[in-house]
Write a protein that binds this ligand. Structure first.
Ligand SMILES: NC(=O)c1ccc[n+]([C@@H]2O[C@H](COP(=O)([O-])OP(=O)(O)OC[C@H]3O[C@@H](n4cnc5c(N)ncnc54)[C@H](OP(=O)(O)O)[C@@H]3O)[C@@H](O)[C@H]2O)c1
Length: 334
């Protein structure tokens, strides 16, 4: 689907969308931004090029969806909303507080969403960290694994009843409810030979790159398992690699891996800007060309069915991961 552009998205009037990390680190104040905007130094479009979460949110709102940004930072999310509204006064965007590093916060955020809405058409599990130093979360799970995968597993579990009931009342253009996991080609390149290391899920003694790869593999497996379990109920779950894009994500590897600063220009050489970095996410979330027969698939930019790794195709591994994840929730009284 290489001729996709955000302009080809359908009208999303009436859609409710929740995206984690939908603000992506805006760094200047609304006043300064408005000044830059008024004297023509920036436009929302070229500012959005710097931030993928922002560009995804901006495009979905431009197509008239109501978008909820689930973020751990009220100030960043509110700055983002302010900036989008500067150029799209009718944009409907709200903030939901959610820190993926604490599953209690995920629960609170999901509950807050459900006090505001009875429907959810698209859930985009986008937020993530990469190559952060080893640490455990409040639930004693490795931090990258929880932020990138487990918190999104839990969020999806909490919202599945609403996604399913929305599916039953569906009268929309897309004809399906979507769950989109923003994974990475690292799901194949950075994982240990056994795939998900069930015998040592704390992963303290493997490299931070491996921990990232495992979290991204888990996201691909999760989409496949959701598709298998809930496809018959009208849910389409996809995973994707957005491409290599210059974003704040590289702060992780720059901080943890001395040589990354040296190779980063090479890694990012020729990489598209984030204005294109969000296209695959947009295509999976709201593109009209997604086929029910592709439920559970992994996509490369843009809308190209990608080759998921052998582990990512392992149905038993997907089931085992699901069981492991439910176990962690149970152990934490969630
Ligand atoms: N950039 C690439 O080349 C690339 C390649 C492959 C895959 N990806 C994937 O694309 C997704 C988006 O990344 P990006 O490139 O847009 O990076 P980014 O600009 O760093 O955005 C990551 C987002 O995740 C949020 N986040 C991190 N930890 C969180 C937490 N504990 N709770 C809630 N939100 C949290 C960040 O919020 P804060 O601003 O509060 O930190 C930010 O909004 C990630 O899943 C990443 O793995 C990116």
């Amino acid at each position: 689907m290489s001729n996709f552009t955000p302009a080809s998205l359908p009208d999303l009037t009436g859609f409710r969308i929740l995206i984690t990390g939908g603000h992506s680190g805006l760094l200047i104040s609304p006043c300064l931004f408005s000044l830059f905007l008024s004297i023509g130094i920036v436009t929302i479009e070229n500012f959005a090029k710097i931030f993928r979460g922002l560009t995804t949110t901006t495009e979905l709102a431009r197509h008239r969806a109501k978008v909820y940004i689930a973020s751990r930072s009220r100030s960043k999310a509110e700055q983002t909303i302010q900036k989008i509204i500067t150029t799209q006064p009718n944009a409907e965007i709200e903030f939901i507080e959610m820190d993926l590093a604490d599953l209690r916060s995920v629960k609170k955020g999901a509950e807050e969403y459900l006090t505001k809405e009875t429907k959810l058409h698209i859930l985009i599990n986008n937020a993530g960290v990469m190559c952060t130093p080893f640490s455990l979360t409040a639930q004693r799970v490795e931090a990258q694994f929880q932020t990138n995968y487990l918190a999104h597993f839990y969020l999806t579990q909490l919202l599945l009843p609403t996604l399913q009931s929305t599916s039953r009342s569906l009268d929309t253009l897309l004809g399906t409810i979507r769950i989109v996991n923003v994974s990475s080609d690292g799901h194949a390149k950075l994982t240990p030979k056994e795939g998900i290391p069930f015998s040592d899920m704390t992963m303290e003694h493997v490299s931070t790159w491996t921990r990232y790869g495992v979290s991204k593999l888990a996201q691909v497996l999760h989409a496949k398992e959701v598709a298998r379990r809930y496809g018959p109920n009208g849910i389409i779950a996809l995973s994707l690699h957005p491409g290599t894009v210059k974003t704040n994500l590289s702060a992780g590897p720059r901080g943890s891996t001395w040589w990354y600063k040296v190779v980063q220009p090479l890694v990012e050489l020729g990489a598209p800007g984030p204005e294109k970095g969000c296209w695959n996410t947009l295509w999976c979330a709201a593109g009209s060309d997604v086929k029910k027969s592709e439920n559970g698939s992994y996509f490369e930019p843009v809308g190209k069915r990608g080759k998921a790794s052998v582990h990512a195709e392992d149905v038993q591994m997907a089931e085992q991961l699901w069981g492991w994840s439910e176990g962690v929730l149970r152990d934490n009284g969630l």
